[in-house]
Design a protein around this ligand. Structure first.
Ligand SMILES: [Zn+2]
Length: 707
């Protein structure tokens, strides 16, 4: 439709204008001094109405003095045919431009929203907090609502990770997310929430933030209002960010979508959208995504070239598709070169060996960390040339941990430039198909005064390594943007390279990372229950193939317990983190069979099928399970349904299940079917339980019957 009006003078107003996907219908209007959202609706479900003006910043700091900002509408760019609308506002003095943008990137799923503020003054200005999005829906007090939020798996999943609670008058929720999630209370959310009407079609809306810096979401229901906001974390206040002349500040993009049919209804829309709009398109073009991976951390830091070679050879025999060399291969922290004694032939030769056996090769690198190595090419905390890149100075006798040092601030351009070269070198020198990052990449406290973020000097800062203070959100804003730029560059140079996002486990599970990496480590605890919990939580909002479970060695004296361990990691991306050469012949046979099942029957469903959380979250006491359901299979059945039993009384009341030799069932009536209504065709249900006698039943040889 083009630009309705582009004039030097202000225009009066525009709207209402509706931008929609198949399931999200948003109506907007451009008022002279601010934009408004009028309604959000699911076509056959709930409608959320609003007269709330969107808050735009009303002052900026110039030369240490606050100047008022008054916005006036300049133009409306109505490109709904191309999936976008933007309203352009300006302030003449101080001279600023603000673009308020909405975009539909796919035919289904949520809409994305971004605000961009450009400094047209000829000097530096500082902006206060501009939220990405605020809302205030008119909600009758009679309406029954509930909200949902999901924890990151972080270091260890907590006993409760998927939170559902009523949202009655007076209720509210507020949480912050960063890449520094701690395992204490309160837990960090994946930056996302959902609100729905209870009863009926369980219709509602969800909201997420596509950013890995410090972010914040709030909800509050008072009287006839359901209000809140999403964007950068404003605490500790006061937030400020600096804009050079001509520079722009861009709010973290949020997505806003509508749905019906409850949290799994929302999840099936959102997961598909993430896979279409955020995930690297090359991933799903590869039929082997998600890969089955053998990882060296079963040997910990004791890994060496000989051991790795044996593991690679064994990985080929067992049907793995990638060998992933974890920490322990390098000379030192910040010194990312092959350890000369442990890997005398170099890591590149190991990659060549893996390739010769048809395996891909991946490598762990903590590439934002500086240590104390003094060899050429190493990043040392004592190097006067690079000392300013560190977020803080360290004592002369400071020592790094075995694989963690001091984070450099990659928001500082010289530090980012080094990382860019270093990443390229690592991929080229070591012939990588996959690069895993770990450690803390996104600084959130930094004591430097000459970096692009505002200076923290004088402000109270929390303890190391976090150094939380009023500058933290701005530090993380610049560092997260730099991380994205580095990975966009790396992908352009190496289009087939896979990128694993690990941040001391599952601390970086967010939608900004989803747009820049190919899969996530979802927790740093690798036993079956922790893997199932972390997967249960994150799979509400992120595509299953992106969710990696590391499967560590688990006491597995009996074949049933061994399978239980493997299968607890086979719901999404599966990485076996054990020295497989120590498996006995019975275990090897069982593993081969399980891997074959994963590749031939589960993976096609993990990649494309809808996912249902049909049991409560794993508690280590009861059976639990998730179900994949591929509707298309109704037209072209893939053969007998795959199913497994659930022993929770409410799921088990309605029939019996016959088990096939693969332990996943081979047809027969399904216990799950009556509970799941009409989803009768082609499914894979993954059920687990406590390691014990009941496990033998689910993984037993044949024809186990439950009733
Ligand atoms: Zn800094």
């Amino acid at each position: 439709m083009g630009i309705i009006c582009l004039l030097a003078a202000s225009i009066a107003a525009a709207g209402p204008l509706t931008l929609a996907t198949k399931d999200t219908v948003l109506t907007l209007s451009a008022l002279p001094a601010e934009p408004r959202i009028l309604s959000l609706a699911f076509p056959t479900g709930a409608v959320w109405k609003s007269e709330h003006p969107q808050h735009l910043i009303d002052k900026i700091l110039i030369d240490g003095k606050w100047q008022p900002v008054r916005w006036s509408l300049k133009s409306v760019n109505d490109n709904r045919a191309g999936g976008s609308i933007s309203f352009l506002y300006e302030c003449s003095k101080p001279h600023l431009r603000l673009s308020w943008e909405w975009q539909a990137r796919a035919r289904t799923g949520p809409l994305e929203h971004t605000i961009r503020i450009t400094n047209l003054e000829n000097q530096v200005v500082a902006l206060p907090m501009q939220s990405s999005f605020t809302f205030d829906w008119a909600v009758p007090s009679s309406k029954q609502l509930r909200y949902v939020w999901i924890e990151k798996g972080a270091g260890t999943p907590a006993p409760q990770g998927t939170h559902e609670a009523p949202l009655a008058d007076g209720d509210g929720w507020e949480a912050a997310s960063s890449t520094y999630a701690r395992d204490g209370e309160p837990r960090e959310p994946i930056p996302w929430t959902l609100v729905e009407e209870t009863g009926g079609r369980q219709s509602g809306w969800y909201l997420g933030i596509e950013f890995s810096g410090r972010t914040h979401i709030s909800l509050s229901r008072r009287g006839g209002s359901l209000a809140g906001e999403a964007g950068l974390e404003p605490h500790p206040a006061p937030f400020l960010t600096r804009l050079p002349a001509g520079g722009s500040f861009t709010t973290p993009t949020i997505f806003l979508g509508a749905f019906s049919d409850g949290i799994d209804g929302a999840g099936n829309i959102l997961r598909r959208w993430v896979a279409q709009a955020l995930l690297n398109p090359a991933d799903l073009r590869d039929p082997a995504y998600p890969l089955l991976v053998s990882n060296s951390w079963g040997s910990g830091m004791d890994i060496d070239g000989e051991k790795a070679r044996r593991m690679i050879e064994d990985a080929g025999k067992l049907g793995f598709e990638m060998f992933h060399l974890d920490a322990g291969w390098f000379r030192g922290v910040g010194d990312w070169y092959s350890h000369p004694h442990k890997f005398p032939l170099g890591v590149g030769s190991l990659a060549d060996y893996a390739h010769s056996l048809g395996l891909k090769f991946g490598l762990w690198v903590d590439w934002t960390q500086a240590g104390i190595a003094t060899e050429g090419g190493a990043l040392s905390v004592h190097d006067p040339e690079t000392r300013d890149w560190l977020t803080r100075d360290v004592a002369e006798d400071w020592k790094p941990e075995p694989f963690k040092g001091i984070t450099i601030d990659i928001g500082y351009p010289p530090a980012a430039a080094w990382c860019s070269r270093e990443l390229d070198r690592l991929v080229n020198d070591f012939h990588l198909d996959m690069l895993e990052h770990d450690g803390y990449l996104v600084a959130e406290g930094c004591l430097r005064n000459d970096h692009p973020h505002v200076a923290c000097n004088g402000a109270p800062l929390g303890p190391e390594p976090w150094l939380e203070g009023p500058c933290s959100t701005d530090v993380s804003y610049h560092a997260a943007r730099a991380y994205y730029r580095l990975y966009e560059q790396l992908r352009r140079r190496h289009p087939r390279l896979l990128l694993e996002a690990c941040n001391d486990g599952g601390r970086m599970v967010d939608f900004g990372t989803a747009a820049h990496a190919d899969y996530f480590s979802i927790t740093d605890t690798y036993d079956p229950l922790s893997n199932r919990r972390a997967f249960y939580d994150a799979s509400h909002v992120l595509p299953a193939p992106m969710l990696e479970c590391y499967v560590e060695r688990y006491p597995a004296a009996r074949p049933a317990a061994f399978l239980y361990m493997l299968r607890s990691g086979m719901m999404g991306w599966c990485t076996i983190m054990q020295d497989t050469t120590t498996w006995d012949s019975q275990q090897r046979a069982a593993a081969r069979q399980a891997f074959d099942l994963y590749k031939t029957r589960l993976r096609p469903l993990i990649r494309r099928a809808d996912l249902y959380h049909i049991s409560p979250r794993p508690d280590g006491i009861h059976w639990d399970g998730v179900e994949y359901f591929a509707a298309s299979a109704q037209r072209a059945p893939l053969g007998p349904p795959l199913c497994t039993p659930f022993q929770r009384p409410h799921l088990a009341r309605s029939g019996s299940v016959r088990h096939g030799a693969d332990g996943f069932g081979a047809g027969g009536p399904s216990i799950a079917a009556p509970v799941l209504g009409t989803r009768l065709h082609s499914r894979a249900s993954l059920a687990f339980g406590l390691e014990g006698s009941r496990v033998a039943a689910t993984t037993g040889a044949t024809d186990t019957t439950y009733s």
